[in-house]
Ligand binder design. Structure first.
Ligand code: C2E
Ligand code: CA
Ligand code: CA
Ligand code: CA
Length: 278
């Protein structure tokens, strides 16, 4: 920025300039993180409460920064979405998750992997091709993959999102609506979208049975799932009471710390073995 007089304008220019520099630096760091393999995935078990089986694993991104240590995704994914880096990072996530699924499959654990897909990724023209190529590269049957998309992901350019998700669905890939109920929910898009799962956001599960409104919202999503013939999965289940309530209320699927935190691959495999022998 050009220094010109000690007024507010100068401050404004300086701070915008600073912000651009910060953003550029983060962009470089995120790219560097990919090159230097600072990212890894952890996997959280998704449980069928009725059959007591692990039905899937949600892949969640972790960034081990050489100086700042472990940075949670909430602190860099929104920025990666702004800068566009999420496209490159998201492709890596998809590839890594499919590689893991292939490995687990070869070890006798053919489990479904759920991968978070950013709205920015869904906006890319080649997203369908990217997903299909990745599955092929690792010889993963499409039914073994679930893509978790938020309502925001659908709503920005609904027609084009619907078209892409239909293509993915036609190939046999599963689609879940993530954070359901937190965005600009609209029931009309559910009719148009080829989704199989609704995920109740953890903010409604946290105070389930304590807060009447949250309980009603969770109930409503469960009933909506039933009437639209979609499986509902509750996120953030932390207590036995919550599990019990959900099961009795007709929500068969759940994930949360009560069962397990997101785990490194080896720990995940151990968890599944132990859980199934309980
Ligand atoms: P999300 O997709 O809604 O994922 C659920 C978050 O809840 C995860 O946080 C998970 O670790 C956490 N969680 C699971 N069970 C419990 C529980 O019982 N209690 C509580 N308090 N939390 C629980 P995490 O891993 O920090 O991820 C945060 C968000 O970052 C995710 O929210 C998702 O929106 C985003 N994210 C993570 N990995 C990826 C990725 O690979 N790609 C994209 N686009 N987004 C990602
Ligand atoms: Ca998710
Ligand atoms: Ca959520
Ligand atoms: Ca989310």
């Amino acid at each position: 920025a050009k220094a010109g007089g000690g007024n507010q304008f100068q401050f404004y220019v300086a701070s915008v300039d600073q912000e651009i520099r910060n953003r550029k630096r983060l962009e470089r760091e995120l790219h560097q993180a990919l090159v230097e393999k600072q990212f890894h995935l952890v996997y959280q078990p998704q449980i069928n409460l009725e059959t007591h089986r692990v039905i899937g694993a949600e892949a969640l991104l972790r960034w081990e920064h050489p100086i700042h240590g472990l940075i949670p995704p909430d602190q860099f994914i929104p920025l990666a979405e702004l800068s566009g880096s999420i496209v490159e990072i998201g492709s890596w996530v998809l590839d890594e998750a499919c590689a893991q699924a292939a490995l687990w499959s070869s070890e006798g654990m053919p489990i479904r992997i759920a991968v978070n897909l950013s709205a920015v990724q869904l906006r890319q023209d080649d997203i369908v091709a990217t997903v299909l190529k990745t599955l092929k590269r690792h010889l993963i049957p499409p039914g073994r993959l679930e893509l978790e998309v938020t309502e925001t992901g659908f709503m920005e350019n609904l027609d084009s999102a619907v078209e892409k998700l239909l293509q993915l669905r036609n190939e046999g890939i599963n689609i879940a609506v993530d954070d359901f109920g937190t965005g600009y929910s609209s029931l009309t898009y559910l009719k148009r979208l080829p989704v199989q799962h609704l995920k109740i956001d953890k903010q409604f599960i946290r105070d389930l049975l304590v807060n009447e409104e949250d309980t009603r919202i969770a109930n409503t999503i469960i009933d909506l799932g039933k009437s639209l013939n979609l499986d509902v999965i509750a996120e953030g289940v932390e207590t036995e009471e919550q599990e019990f309530y959900l099961l009795n209320r007709g929500c068969q699927l759940a994930q949360g710390y009560f069962f397990s935190k997101p785990l490194k691959p080896d720990d995940f495999a151990c968890f599944v073995a132990a859980f199934h022998h309980r």
